[in-house]
Ligand binder design. Structure first.
Ligand SMILES: [Zn+2]
Ligand SMILES: [Zn+2]
Length: 180
């Protein structure tokens, strides 16, 4: 029966052509996939050769061995980590004990160092750096080491027990509040 055998031959030929096309597609796919995941040209060669030689079984091996992340994903992750690190660095820390503090803390909770003072002008109340001579928000001169805190030789308390408004009225130069 020559007609049947010809039909079988055609089917086998088509099947074979499909398998070859599939094999070729797997090789191309593997090549592009490994290029997205690794930079090393030898790795590209090895992965592609694996599928070229072992076909479907090579592809199976490739799936087991290939890098988990693509280069783009790894790059994105490194960017994320970097920005996270930058955020940590940007957060203020106590100048004496290096403990992380909040920007609105007056005193370090760990070592009790003075981080900020409140402006002496009662109407202002902004936080000012203890080293600043005047408040940048209202221009009021800040008191430099009031005598009241040193008379008994004790360590100066971080926050004066007396309301700050007292100093504003006691010391004449702090009542001004106007800068020329
Ligand atoms: Zn501290
Ligand atoms: Zn002020």
């Amino acid at each position: 029966m020559p007609a049947l055998s010809t039909a079988v031959q055609v089917v086998v030929a088509l099947g074979g052509a499909y398998l070859v096309a599939l094999w070729f597609s797997m090789i191309v796919w593997t090549y592009y996939d490994i290029r997205a995941r690794a930079q090393d040209i030898y790795v590209h060669f090895f992965a592609t050769a694996l599928v070229l030689v072992f076909n479907v079984f090579g592809l199976l091996l490739y799936f087991i061995l290939r890098p988990r992340e693509t280069l783009a994903e790894a790059y994105e992750r490194s960017l994320e980590e970097e920005s996270l690190l930058q955020e940590l660095e940007d957060r203020p820390s106590c100048p004496s004990c290096r403990q992380r503090v909040s920007p609105d803390y007056l005193v370090c909770p760990s070592c009790h160092a003075i981080l900020k003072n409140r402006c002496v002008a009662p109407s202002c109340g902004h936080l000012v750096n203890p080293r600043w001579e005047l408040c940048p928000y209202c221009g009021t001169l800040q008191i430099e080491d009031p005598e009241e805190f040193e008379d008994d030789g004790d360590i100066r308390p971080a926050i004066p027990a007396v309301p700050l408004s007292v100093y504003a009225t006691d010391v004449p130069e702090t009542t001004g509040g106007v800068v020329d």
